[in-house]
Write a protein that binds this ligand. Sequence first.
Ligand SMILES: Nc1ncnc2c1ncn2[C@@H]1O[C@H](COP(=O)(O)OP(=O)(O)OP(=O)(O)O)[C@@H](O)[C@H]1O
Ligand SMILES: [Mg+2]
Length: 453
Amino acid sequence: MSSTKSRKGLIFKLTLWMVVSIAAAFIAFIVISVGVLYSIVNAQLDHHVETVLNEAEVLWLKEPVGQNDLIQGLVASRGMVVVVLAPDGEVLLKTSSPEIDSSVVHKIKEHVATEQHDEHQSHIFTYKNMRLGVKFIGTKTPGEIIAVAYSFSPWLQAIRWYVASMVVLALLFIFGVGYFVHSLIRRSLMPITDVVNTVQNISTSGDLARRIPLTNRQDEVGMLIGVLNDMLSRLEQSLKAQQAFLSGAAHTIKTPLASMRTHLENLSSNGSDFSDVTTSIDRLSKVIDDMLYAVNVSSYKPKEEKVDLSGVVKDICELTSTLASAKGVKLQCKVKEGVFVKGDRNLLVRAILNIVENATYYTTKGEIEIVLDYEQKNVRLEVSDTGVGMSKEFLERAFERFSREESEANNNGTGLGLSITRDIIKAHGGEISIKSEKDVGTSVVIILPGAPS
Ligand SMILES: Nc1ncnc2c1ncn2[C@@H]1O[C@H](COP(=O)(O)OP(=O)(O)OP(=O)(O)O)[C@@H](O)[C@H]1O
Ligand SMILES: [Mg+2]
């Protein structure tokens, strides 16, 4: 689950990084190209304005009033107007153009009145999407003023179209590349996800005999699989060696223990009482058995047989009812018929018996209730008692091996029962949890995946 999440996170981050880089490159390209385009257009406009200004001046100087038509013809088709003003501001000539409104005359007058001018130089500036060129005619001071206005709205419109189409193109490109990169990264990371999932399964099931399927990849992923499989082989070997060592040691200790017990029984038949010693020997044998069980069960792969859990729980109820009634504790069993799970019957008996035995041992008054039922697709077994309960501090380490809490009800157990039970339940794909309160009672809940009946 977490691996899928982190994979998604990684894919998202890599794709985002790619998309942001491409978007940044596009933005930079658009900004630079618009800047260059704008300066080229400006230079061209200024050149035009300057040329027309000079041509119109020549025509005006040749024949001031009669050249109206010539000047009009000069600029008519170019989206320009020419204005000639007398020194007192009177408009001597004004050609017309649909792109340029009459406020331009006012702007020219205002400009001439407020700005300093070199008498022989034209002065070009921008006003309302227009480039305006102004200059004094001839050498008379103050002379007539000639001005040319050139609308650059069409150019501006063209640049806007250019930017809009570049943005649309960029979006399409980013979307396409983003999708492509996303699926490419997802495909590249897929084997890593498989590796993580397999390792996670091995870790939760404790099945060290499993290996990550080999691929014929020669890249880092292939190397990673090889290294992990090597590590699993070594772990499996070391676990097997450990188990073999413990089994050997246990059998070596148990054989003399068994012969000691037989010897003591023979001596007892002569009237001597060795019951304390035989009890200690029995307890030692149980500890050894439990230790062996605890070591082996964590790496055990349960069978996949169909187990009638209702039958198992009912048998256990019957088995413990004698002990419970001997202690004056009421035992109630509410077992739903036909509850099945998949797994190993013997292991499940051991796990449930541990819990029910605990409830019986650590309860001196009140009652024990065992409830087995389905909970959606799962199976739920709850064993609750009104016994001595566990302290908060102990509850945190109740599943640790050899952990036991001193109480007057203590049965001199090994402290391995709960850890063995937890390992068995985990090996069956289930969960176990405990709720307990000191001097109030304990409730143990086991959830197992149900099997169809
Ligand atoms: N139902 C319960 N009520 C109160 N305390 C409990 C209960 N079940 C377990 N405990 C506490 O948890 C400890 C560990 O239980 P666990 O079953 O692992 O070991 P044990 O019962 O001591 O020995 P054994 O290995 O023989 O089962 C017990 O010693 C006891 O202190
Ligand atoms: Mg126990």
